[in-house]
Design a protein around this ligand. Structure first.
Ligand SMILES: Cc1ncc(COP(=O)(O)O)c(C=O)c1O
Length: 372
């Protein structure tokens, strides 16, 4: 249907990367890394040069999120998927309660179901609907997902939880663009290959004193087996010294630091303002065109980081995505594979410019309207 469609020259975006992760890493950051020559790559991560980058990144994150002074920025190897296990083993007492609204929140729930001594439960809603966490009596841990990357649903409110409950937030694709009140959060974590424009295989976990106390207390339970690689004590001790427990990818830390610096130049408020402007563009377009509709119906749950837009069954989103990729013009706008919808999923991450998103809307409209 779209084979003969050719993107007009004036609509070609300056960067084809619209994917929700791994996301657009600025080529300037890659060039800057190359220019560090012998100073970082291939040197010890326990020496000053690399540790200074780690420190700058940790402090930059603290500044960006305006963290309370007693919160810690804990880092380590392995992305959010690894953290699900590390959290289940070392931060949940017994009863985690999950708020499930998509594939990633469900995967976290399933990870806890695999740990024999945990008794997890969940509230699940149909994919495309949103759900805000609330404290549930009898549960020591609440697990929620700030931005469900599979469906484009974001949280709109967080509860105040009691002293004995940990509020944990998987912020992987929302961190940086969906602000929260950190005083409410105990364990907020993300992998950096989304808004923070780095590579995967790494985690950043922002921990309240209550979360630190919890992991320290659980660590003393000698009946609980926790593999060395997943011990919170190692991650915390090393992070305090601007290191990781085992060897990290230095390029990942470098790119993350570059992105934190870039976003700190504007500050969170301005970054969020830009994100909202992009969201208004995409959802406005999807609402206006008869052959499109925003997948997330309730506006307060519509993500300002990942847009999911359904397309009329007459047109095949995958076919168009394939044609645009083959022309080298637009990459990775396919819907989440397991969701199985005729849909585009588009990154509104900080490095994807408003102008390029506007061009993308015009490309898709032109392709569809000229196929009739
Ligand atoms: C919300 C969310 N959680 C967890 C993950 C898993 O992250 P990783 O692949 O870094 O383990 C992803 C990946 O896309 C995600 O979007």
């Amino acid at each position: 249907m779209f084979e003969s469609f050719k993107v007009p020259k004036d609509l070609i975006p300056s960067d084809p990367r619209f994917g929700v992760g791994p996301s657009l890493i600025p080529t300037e950051a890659v060039e800057k890394l190359a220019k560090t020559g012998h100073e970082l790559l291939g040197t010890s991560h326990r020496r000053e040069a690399v540790r200074n980058v780690v420190k700058e990144m940790q402090e930059g994150i603290r500044t960006y999120f305006k963290l309370p002074s007693d919160y810690e920025v804990v880092i380590g190897n392995g992305g959010a998927t690894m953290l699900w296990d590390m959290i289940g083993l070392g931060a949940v007492d017994k009863t985690p309660y999950h708020f499930v609204c998509g594939e990633f929140s469900d995967k976290w729930f399933r990870a806890n179901k695999n740990i024999p001594w945990l008794k997890p439960d969940a509230k699940k809603v149909d994919f495309g609907l949103g759900i805000n966490p609330v404290e549930v009596p009898g549960y020591d841990f609440l697990a929620c997902t700030l931005n469900e990357t599979s469906t484009g649903v974001m949280l709109s409110e967080l509860p105040n939880v009691s002293r004995d409950t940990i509020l944990a937030i998987d912020a992987t694709s929302g961190a940086g663009q969906i602000p929260i009140d950190f005083k409410k959060s105990d364990l907020y974590y993300f992998s950096p290959q989304k808004v923070f424009a780095s590579e995967g295989g790494f985690f950043v976990s922002i921990m309240s004193p209550k979360a630190i106390e919890r992991v320290e207390r659980i660590a003393k339970d000698s009946t609980r087996f926790i593999p060395e690689s997943m011990k919170w004590s190692h991650a915390i001790e090393n992070s305090r010294q601007n290191q990781t427990y085992n060897t990290p990818a230095i390029s990942t830390i470098f790119f993350l630091n570059e992105q934190v610096k870039l976003m700190n130049k504007l500050g969170e408020e301005q970054v969020v303002k830009e994100a909202k402007r992009k969201a208004a563009l995409l959802y406005g377009w999807a609402s206006e065109k008869s052959y499109l509709s925003p997948f997330v119906v309730d506006e307060k749950f519509r993500s300002q980081a990942v847009a999911t837009i359904d397309i009329d069954e007459k047109y095949k989103a995958d076919d168009l995505a394939k044609v645009l990729r083959a022309q080298g013009v637009v990459y990775d706008i396919d819907s989440y594979r397991k969701l199985g919808r005729n849909q585009f999923r588009i990154s509104m991450f900080h490095n994807v410019t408003f102008d390029n998103l506007e061009k993308l809307t015009k490309i898709i409209s032109l392709a569809i309207e000229s196929s009739n």
